[in-house]
Design a protein around this ligand. Structure first.
Ligand SMILES: Nc1ncnc2[nH]cnc12
Ligand SMILES: [Zn+2]
Length: 329
């Protein structure tokens, strides 16, 4: 669906399509344990978040040079633009690369090469959000923030991702305090597989401005009341939820109930190469499976721009919002 939208929950490493994975593997002399792209695609059947993360981290082995990260980002931006994405706030996972001997500079400079021309080439404005892996230590997150210091002019904020259960947000209090002191915006995955209490902790202890996923807030009426009152944006990823079995089928997704409750929902793709669709595909899927009407879809698109970190260019935000209002379905 080409409705203009901002994508606020997108892991750039999760945009690695099998074809590009094999191309980069050949270019870098990396052996992949899959015969071809069809065999690899067959591995895209997940039991839960962890079973996906295992493949997600394994395939990152093909990303080695600045050019690899540039090609990855350009491929995503072209696909996103074709699906109505006007603005993308892009997550990356530096620890997963540092652990393989790929330096912070390689990742940020490589992504930066694509991002700096994105508005001109793809018509998509962009920001970068650096995520900490919550199943790594708090000390490692602090080291990662330190390693990012030379690149802070390119990074708008920090996030928290990877295996959620057993890794509550409070573990990262110190690094989020340090990030805030550096002027970075704060978001965190919470309530994807983890309980509503993790959402509360992300707000109270980490001071996040948006919750990534946040699906399980629906188990706590008092939390829903708070999120509605404070207009806390939730970056939902419907196709991801089905593939990772957080919801059984898309028709059971709580998005309509969340909108009815007054929650500030947005729709995003998470790891589109793995979950069967980019941002526009997610909009189209919820339209069909959940029967969302034009005004609900427009509300989701408006929310995406209102929740985006576009404070440095309110004119651009206003232009995007006007495009949403003028869109004809
Ligand atoms: N959906 C997700 N949840 C947690 N960590 C992730 N890393 C990439 N995708 C993720
Ligand atoms: Zn995610």
């Amino acid at each position: 669906m080409s409705l203009p939208k901002a994508e606020l929950h997108l892991h750039i490493e999760g945009t690695l399509e099998p074809e590009l994975a094999f191309e980069l593997a050949a270019r870098n002399g990396v052996e992949l344990p899959y015969a071809d792209t069809d065999t690899l695609r067959k591995a895209y059947r997940f039991e839960d978040l962890q079973s996906f993360l295992n493949l997600y981290y394994e395939l990152m082995a093909v990303l080695r040079t600045e050019r690899d990260f540039e090609d990855l980002a350009n491929a995503y931006l072209a696909r996103a633009a074709a699906q109505g994405v006007r603005h993308a706030e892009i997550f990356f996972d530096p620890q997963a690369h540092l652990a393989r001997g790929v330096e912070m500079g390689t990742v940020v400079e490589g992504l930066g090469r694509a991002l700096e021309h994105s508005q001109a080439v793809h018509g998509v404005s962009t920001q970068l959000i650096m995520c900490f892996l919550r199943d790594e230590s708090a000390a490692s997150a602090l080291e990662t923030l330190e390693a990012a210091k030379p690149y802070l002019d390119r990074i708008v904020g920090v996030g928290l991702d990877s295996a959620e259960v057993g890794h509550p947000p409070a573990k990262f209090r110190e690094v989020y305090e340090a990030a805030a002191a550096m002027g970075l915006r704060r978001v965190a995955h919470a309530g994807e597989e983890g309980p509503p209490e993790y959402i509360v902790e992300a707000l109270d202890v980490l001071g996040v401005e948006r919750i990534d996923h946040g699906l399980r807030c629906m188990e706590s009426p008092t939390l829903v009341e708070r999120l509605v009152r404070d207009r806390v944006p939730l970056t939902l990823c419907p196709l991801s939820n089905v593939r990772l079995r957080t919801v059984d089928v898309l028709g059971d997704h709580p998005l309509p109930a969340m909108l009815d409750a007054g929650l500030m929902c947005t729709v995003n793709s998470d790891d589109p190469a793995y979950f069967g669709g980019y941002a526009g595909d997610n909009f189209e899927a919820v339209r069909v499976a959940l029967g969302l009407g034009e005004e609900q879809l427009r509300e989701l698109a408006r929310n995406s721009f209102l929740a985006s970190f576009l404070e440095h260019d309110e004119g651009l935000r206003a232009r995007y919002l006007a495009e949403v209002d003028a869109y004809e379905f």
